[in-house]
Design a binder for this molecule. Structure first.
Ligand code: NAG
Ligand code: NAG
Ligand code: NAG
Length: 318
């Protein structure tokens, strides 16, 4: 009995002490995927940590940051180094304190693995502008500390896991220029505190019109919504007016129809683009009232009717 307790408490002790050597081993495995490193910064500095450093934080490793106590690696930032190679994300799974993984602007490839969902310390995941491919695993929804998710400009494809209700901390969701699809209405109804959503140049579908009960909290926080170049259809409805703090709304190149709503309760709206849709009817005069701060509006390539008094407003030629 006693020996059982001793073994049990020893196990507990092992588990509770952050083990930096596991983090170091993970990164050495991760590094094997890097085939080409033109600046040499990673290949030269990421080397086995010798006993002289006491096995602590590998402070000399390019782009690697530890927490204050030096007990675990919290950030790996390798943006814009021209790195290429096929990464194995599974090698990172043991890094239980990793908060930032930023690999933007390289020529890296590889698939995301579902086990990535177990790195629940992740706050920033920026894989933008690379050649990553394949589906986005549903387990990305387990990353409940995620604040910033940027997967833009890659070759990701398939259904984006729209059931991301757990990602309550998420402020930035940038999926621009991939081949992802999903019902935009379901996705928006799950987001709570998001400020910046860019789904442009993908295959998202669904109606933009939403019941106000579906997205009240996000309507207060959203500042930038770019859904251009998708398959979003249906009318605007009146719900768009709930987005009180919205500054940029780009719905260009979709399949929206019906009339534009009044935008009178959106005092912060600066950019409105809804070009190349199937919109019709009059252009609401409210858009050009003095309370509005619009600096750019693009409604071209639609079927609007009526007189275009707003031209006077913008070009001051009348
Ligand atoms: C996402 O990454 C791209 C490319 O690296 C960058 O241009 C863009 O600003 C990022 N998005 C956000 C919202 O920070
Ligand atoms: C939107 O809200 C309505 C009413 O609360 C609900 O029935 C519907 O399922 C919600 N839609 C989504 C996509 O969450
Ligand atoms: C929206 O996204 C498209 C395509 O990714 C881009 O060209 C456009 O400038 C963006 N719109 C705004 C207002 O930022």
């Amino acid at each position: 009995m006693l020996s059982k307790i001793v073994i049990f408490s020893l196990l507990l002790f092992r588990l509770s002490v952050a083990d930096i050597s596991a983090d170091v081993r993970s990164l050495l495995e991760f590094k094997k995927g890097i085939e080409h490193d033109p600046s040499g910064l990673v290949t030269a500095s990421w080397a086995v940590v010798g006993p002289e450093s006491g096995g602590g934080c590998p402070t000399t490793w390019h782009g690697v940051k530890c927490d204050d106590s030096g007990a675990s690696i919290v950030a790996v930032s390798l943006a814009g180094l021209g790195l290429s190679g096929e990464l194995k994300f599974s090698t990172l799974v043991p890094m239980s304190s990793l908060q930032t993984l930023a690999l933007a602007g390289n020529r890296l490839t590889g698939r995301l693995v579902p086990a990535l969902g177990s790195i629940q310390s992740l706050q920033t995941l920026d894989l933008s502008s690379n050649g990553f491919y394949g589906p986005i695993p549903g387990r990305i929804a387990d990353l409940y500390n995620l604040v910033h998710l940027n997967l833009s400009h890659n070759n990701f494809e398939g259904g984006f896991p729209v059931e991301i209700r757990n990602l309550q901390q998420l402020r930035v969701l940038d999926l621009r220029s991939n081949k992802l699809w999903g019902d935009v209405k379901v996705l928006l109804s799950q987001l709570r505190n998001v400020e910046h959503v860019d789904l442009s140049q993908n295959r998202f579908f669904g109606e933009f019109y939403m019941d106000s009960s579906n997205f009240t909290s996000m309507a207060n926080t959203a500042k930038y919504l770019n859904f251009s170049g998708n398959q979003i259809f249906g009318g605007f409805g009146r719900s768009v007016r709930l987005f009180r703090n919205l500054e940029v709304l780009d719905l260009g190149q979709n399949k929206l129809n019906g009339e534009l709503p009044e935008f009178d309760s959106m005092p912060n709206l600066k950019v409105l683009r809804a070009g190349s849709n199937f919109l019709s009817g009059p252009i609401p005069e409210g858009l050009f009232e003095s309370g509005m701060q619009l600096v750019e509006i693009d409604l071209s390539g639609n079927g609007f009717t009526g007189n275009f008094k707003f031209l006077c407003y913008f070009s001051k030629i009348c």
